[in-house]
Design a protein around this ligand. Sequence first.
Ligand code: SF4
Length: 342
Amino acid sequence: MYQIAVRLMLLNIPEIWEGEASKIELRGYSVDERAMERLAVPPELLMRKPDGSVHTLSVDKIASKHCPVRRDLYLEVVGRKRGQETWGRIAGPLIESYCKGLLGSFESLYDDSQDIGYADLAKRVETYTEAFRQEHEREFSKLDGLFQKDSSEDDPEKFLLKLKHTAQTELAMLGADRLLGQSRRQEASSLLKRFPIQIGGDALSIEPAEHIGIGRLATPDLIVINPRIVGDVKSGPSIERKHLYTCTGYALAYESRYTVDVNYGVIYFFETHGKPLNSAQCYIFLIDDRLRGEFLDERNDAYRVVQAPPPFPLIGKQQIKDYCTYCKFNQKCEEDRRAANG
Ligand code: SF4
């Protein structure tokens, strides 16, 4: 995650996007009548619990859209089903934990100004990764089982190689920052002191205002305070626009709670099922009104879905191949499909 700080240092994002950011109207805290009309969940979509409180959906449930008809959301929220374990469901938390762990483990790597050669760096990454693998033996063995069943899934060994490559890239950035600092004869203060990235603690627990229609707590994977950025770790074959929606939801939640602007989001993206030597990349973006509007549409759509049973499972070979194959409700929908066909 050091690359987030490096990018912030090189790009001077607030200056580049300041003009665009000042045009944002759909702020989570806005009391303007027109903005409120757009920000609040339409009354006809609100659901009340027996005690009269409003039933809300989390940012993740709203934004993590996999099934085109959102049958997965209905099964999860209304049917209270968990679905089966998929490669992505196991690998996602592993990626997050490995990458966040790098921050804590290597933060003071260069603090005592020692020179660290490539071989030493590689060894440290090797040690960190091996300890991680041993700690998560069960998860890696599940990934192996899924790969043995379906070779189109990522080979766990290839997956580990990508994690290691990510660690090496991150540490190389940390070293480059120190070298650049020295060549400029500046004190090489830690990147994270200049751009503190918070990956845990109370700062990540945001209680949104009720009108936004986002669950009781919104918890981004990371927050940077200056400039204020909310971030999320994502993984998959490629980054998609829908990946930006989680940060958008967190930004609206943060604004509604603290009445301060959150103009930027960052996706720390780890590519799976792709080339062996890829490493995680970060994408910093402006959370503009278009993105905010798209998130609010997704939110309304999600509220609509949980009120009425969605259409029957997808049909057609291509749709099933594209969506159902990697869906956690694949078995459940297959059973339902068979039952419906007699
Ligand atoms: S298995 Fe297919 S139809 Fe069922 S929820 Fe998943 S993507 Fe949708």
